[in-house]
Design a protein around this ligand. Structure first.
Ligand code: GLN
Ligand code: ZN
Length: 769
């Protein structure tokens, strides 16, 4: 039980495959084109390749159970037997995917963002009556699979406290109605910990030396009761006689008050994020191993070796045993920068993806081992690491040097102090827009994108390789816009969109048209399930050399008399979904992007576009996890949005779109965006959101069609959701729209769903009349 912790490790690794092999295998399996054997074979190959690659890079501590067919939180629910009755099927994979994606007649479980990342997890449902039972098949199988290759691994699991804090109360339990005395999933801690105890016994029986329990929820503010839960859980697990050694992993910030609590439990090791967080209080961990996350798992910059080594030495001095690691799982970065042969070599030399980061960890472990104890670490180095929201995080010296000319100009200009001139008050704008747009009651619209056909994707690829020319490609885009406009007119939507056929991605498209960004060819990062994004790299000052979207918006508007929404991505989201330079405060970078968006809004208006949507789905994602830092963030983020949109005249209707159902937490900020209409996800959360937005004083479109699932909602279902919405939002301000863009769906699904949505709106309009 007391084997020492390996000198180098990572808490997790990408699993989608360097060429998105898992994505393809999953989608083919879901479509019934291939069977379970093929899917399992691909999965096995990806795990094997990962372990072999990590070994070849010299990493000592190999993680296992970091693979997932969909999501690690969902895997944990299955491990604990927390499978709601309605999803149970004979076939375990069918059960699993029913929870993730829904099935005939059952909507999937809710999905939401994993802390402040763009990764989405499946929200488990736990009730007072949930029967827990251990299903250890997956972690055991991975341990054995690695062993068959001659490799020992450390199974990684979501820890019990984080699991329960991320879960929601099952729908028919008292707590789900939000009553303060009601049930919360954490009430089931003792039962869940018993299952973990049995799991640890099984893993010990298997001869497993170390287990990693991920507890990222501990880097956010926690109540005394929640901290007590940490003590209970790890006290109990730590005192088990028969168990592997335990590593409790924190990431995405500082453990704060949870650190002394964990320190007081008998776990053998604690992982700290020393990039986002600090080594504050690390002395309390003396006697345990500190797994020091000094290489960022969240960005793509090379690590400042001196600085990282100084941190490691300081931690060793204060706590004793240290292992080198990345700050969090490498799930959030692409595989290998060496494949990006199209990048400017100067930029490429500054970059590190997962493989390069593992190499850095290994190198730092060697340097640490070669540095004798007692060499004085650079003065209080670890405590100087600043959380990213306050200051340029990371490694100023290195990236300043590389960011080149222009960087100081941006430094001098303080955008945040810039006064945002307000638009006219909402009531004045609403009247002007009613006059100008003449929309019916309960206007039906969509969030922007229409299905991206294989044909278009292939054409884009062919354009990139020069196989087809600009002219051929553009005529395809035009044809697609014609089809999308015709379809919306036929279905009877009220505010149309051009469908975004020219965009590979809502952020990447802008990145490709703005100065200061680079885009990758293979830099895919998992977003949810089989979905991946390729975050651009924002490395220099951002400027808009020419209009980006105006041409297509104008063309779409020329095809119809109904208003076509201009479609832009907001400054916070562009930055949130990019890998961002770390030599400027984040808010400065966001304000540079806001300048570009503002110019685009002006040009769209000038081109005769009467409705402009500026999406900010990442507004909440970028919010600091600690409450003390949230107000300042929201203030500058909202200011950036308003700067981007406030140049619009009162006749122009500004929409915004946000992608999550727990918007209640930042409702004041959403209100402060001052958009005329806000569309927001809500179909999966069964109207939970609406309780909170009753008082929202502007146009609101709570999503009535869950586009994350292939299911087509029925007319009655949509009508029911809208009827519910009308209880809190007056008809004059209620909009009818899907949860999000339609680009991941098929035309078949979208046509059927939108026809039902339009019909439901028509029924309600009739009743309102
Ligand atoms: N306008 C974008 C679309 O429809 C919005 C997507 C998003 O919110 N993630 O695709
Ligand atoms: Zn969305």
């Amino acid at each position: 039980m007391t084997s020492s912790f390996p000198a180098s490790t990572v808490p997790g690794y990408p699993r989608i495959g360097p060429d998105r092999e898992l994505k393809r295998a999953l989608e083919s399996y879901w479509e019934g084109r291939t069977g379970r054997e093929e899917l399992e074979a691909t999965a096995r190959r990806l795990r094997e390749d990962t372990w072999r690659r990590l070994t070849a890079l010299g990493l000592e501590g190999l993680p296992s159970n970091t693979f997932s067919y969909y999501d690690q939180v969902l895997d944990t629910a299955v491990l604990l037997g927390a499978v709601p009755e309605r999803y149970r099927r004979d076939d375990d994979l069918a059960t699993y995917f029913a929870m993730a994606r829904g099935a005939e007649g059952v909507a999937p479980l809710r999905m939401t963002k994993w802390f402040d990342t763009n990764y989405h997890y499946i929200v488990p449902e736990i009730g007072p009556d949930t029967v827990f039972s251990l299903d250890a098949a997956k972690p055991l199988a991975e341990v054995r699979e690695a062993r068959a290759l001659g490799l020992e691994t450390r199974p990684v699991l979501v820890g019990p406290v984080t699991f329960l804090l991320l879960a929601q109360a099952a729908p028919n339990s008292p707590g789900s109605a939000g009553s303060p005395e009601g049930f919360v999933p954490l009430d089931r801690l003792d039962d869940v910990v018993e299952v973990y105890a049995r799991l640890l016994a099984e893993l010990a029986a298997e001869g497993v030396g170390w287990v990693q329990l991920d507890e990222p929820a501990l880097v956010a503010d926690r109540t005394p009761a929640e901290l007590a839960a940490v003590e209970t859980a790890y006290g109990r697990l730590g005192r088990l006689e028969n168990r592997p050694a335990l590593l409790v992993a924190s990431f995405f910030g500082d453990l704060g008050e949870a650190l002394p609590v964990l320190a007081g439990t008998p776990v053998e090791a604690v992982a700290l994020d020393l990039v986002r967080g600090t080594a504050h209080g690390v002395d309390a961990l003396a006697g345990k191993t500190v797994v020091a996350g000094v290489v960022s798992g969240r960005d793509v910059w090379r690590t400042d070796r001196e600085r990282a080594l100084a941190t490691l030495l300081a931690v060793r001095e204060r706590a004793g045993r240290v292992a080198v690691s990345t700050s969090c799982s490498l799930l959030h970065v692409p595989y290998d920068v060496e494949r990006e042969t199209g990048l400017d070599p100067v930029l490429r030399r500054r970059l590190a993806f997962a493989e390069q980061k593992v190499a850095e960890v290994v190198e730092l472990a060697h340097l640490l081992a070669a540095t004798p104890d007692g060499r004085p670490p650079r003065n209080d180095a670890p405590d100087r690491l600043q959380p990213r929201h306050d200051a340029p995080g990371g490694h100023p010296a290195q990236s300043c040097a590389a960011s080149g000319p222009g960087h100081s100009a941006a430094h001098d200009r303080s955008h945040t102090s810039r006064a945002v001139e307000g638009r006219a008050p909402y009531a004045v704008r609403a009247a002007a827009q009613a006059e100008h747009l003449k929309l019916p009651l309960l206007p039906v619209t969509t969030i922007g994108s229409f299905p991206q056909t294989g044909e278009l994707r292939r054409a884009r690829a062919a354009l990139a390789t020069g196989e087809i020319g600009e002219v051929a490609y553009e005529s395809m885009v035009r044809a697609e816009i014609e089809r999308v406009i015709a379809l919306q007119e036929r279905l009877g939507l009220d505010v149309l969109v051009h469908g975004e056929p020219e965009r590979n991605d809502m952020v990447q498209y802008f990145a490709e048209h703005l100065d200061g960004f680079a885009v990758t060819r293979h830099g895919w990062v998992q977003s949810y399930g089989s979905r991946c994004t390729r975050p651009p790299i924002l490395h220099g000052d951002v400027r808009r050399p020419e209009p980006v979207t105006v041409r297509w918006a104008r063309y779409a508007q020329s095809l119809t008399s109904k208003p076509v929404k201009g479609m832009l991505t907001g400054p916070v989201t562009i930055v949130a979904w990019s890998f961002v330079r770390d030599d400027l405060p984040l808010r400065e970078v966001v304000h540079q992007v806001a300048d570009a968006v503002r110019e685009e809004v002006g040009d769209l208006e000038e081109a005769g576009i009467r409705v402009i949507q500026v999406d900010e789905p990442a507004l909440r994602e970028l919010m600091p996890l600690r409450r003390a830092e949230q107000a300042a963030y929201l203030e500058w983020a909202v200011a950036a949005y308003r700067w981007a949109t406030s140049g619009a005249s009162e006749h122009t209707q500004i929409h915004t779109h946000l992608c999550y159902s727990d918007a209640d937490q930042i409702l004041a900020a959403i209100d402060a965006l001052d958009a005329d209409v806000t569309s927001i996800e809500s179909a999966r959360s069964r109207g939970r959101l609406l309780g909170a937005v009753g008082a929202f004083p502007r146009g609101l479109g709570p999503g009535v069609y869950d586009i994350h699932s292939p299911r087509v909602p029925g007319v009655d279902e949509v009508e029911h959701l809208l009827t519910g919405a009308l209880r809190t939002v007056p008809a004059e301000r209620l909009w009818v729209n899907p949860d999000c863009g339609l680009k991941t769906r098929s035309y078949e699904q979208v046509e059927a769903a939108l026809a039902n949505v339009v019909e439901a709106a028509a029924r309600l309009r009739e009743r309102q009349a």
